[in-house]
Design a protein. Structure first.
Length: 111
């Protein structure tokens, strides 16, 4: 399991080369491609929440504090993705930030 410290570990070792993308390894290459599906599908599972807020105008049970925390976390992940040029992280968090912002604005508007 990687903890995110793999970038620091590589820099300490002085390794400049990176693995080929997509990988020549069959399973790793498949995962390299499949992660884009996950990057898009993950944020889209929040669409029903957006629908309830913007179409049905129902905000009961939606915590603006929780969604603001998700938004803040998503912004940091987005920055991290840009800094490390990790497209799956960038794609996921652009979608997350947009959806989370829609939810927060909807809660403010319909509360």
């Amino acid at each position: 399991m990687q903890t995110g410290l793999h970038h620091v570990h590589r820099r300490k070792k002085g390794e400049e080369c990176c693995e080929k993308y997509p990988s020549n390894d069959r399973y790793r290459g498949l995962m390299d491609k499949f992660i884009y599906f996950v990057a898009i599908f993950g944020p889209l599972i929040s669409i029903p929440q957006v629908w309830n807020i913007w179409v049905l105008n129902q905000v009961s049970g939606v915590s603006i504090i929780t969604w603001s925390g998700y938004l803040l976390g998503g912004l940091f992940w987005l920055l991290y993705g840009f800094m490390h040029k990790e497209k799956p992280i960038i794609v996921t968090n652009i979608l997350c930030v947009v959806i989370q912002a829609l939810i927060i604005v909807g809660v403010v508007v319909y509360s």
